[in-house]
Design a protein around this ligand. Sequence first.
Ligand SMILES: [Zn+2]
Length: 225
Amino acid sequence: MSRFGNLVFSSSVMSAIDNPDSLVISDDPLHPANLIPELCRNFYQLGWVTGTGGGITIRQGNLVYIAPSGVQKERILPEHIFVLPYPQPAPSPHADRIFLRRPAKKLSESSCTPLFWNTFDMRDAGSCIHTHSQHAVMATLLWTGPTFTISHQMIKGVRIGGVGRALSYLDTLEVPIIENTPFEVDLKESMAEAMAKYPDAAGVLVRRHGVYVWGPSSSLSLFLL
Ligand SMILES: [Zn+2]
């Protein structure tokens, strides 16, 4: 074990910090730096994301992998992936977010990052996906109240709170709908409030905008979409 600032990491992570690019170079197709670009391409082909909209993160232990902002989803490469330590103090006017690896290209991390952090801190999520799915937007227009509810066949397999046991045919899934804001980052507080108020919800819908879903892994987050 060794320390990086106030954070403690295994020696393997510390050696990767000496060569940060090694955190995103792997022959393993399931490595987060390979999986994130593949999933983004799939989302684009499915019409779930257009242009640079939406976002995705994968957390493995104390490492968080996040896609960049401002890159078309079908063109994201492993070299564009940011790697951050988890946990870490919330950024403030006096302290920036801590990164272990940034892309050489001048890119910014996903603007969803503060919202992704909600799912790590409040649900111990291993992955969170945000899309501007037209189906999600339509649901927020048809259900004009504070929640979207659904029961029976289509909820089988959806996990309570995103990470608990799977719902059954007889359960009812209630997903909070929060109101949109001009900037993604400004959704952080209302998303956290909705997650606290609806602890069984496996996601949060954003009216006229899209959805955030999370799970213990990227494959299970994806299932919820
Ligand atoms: Zn968005």
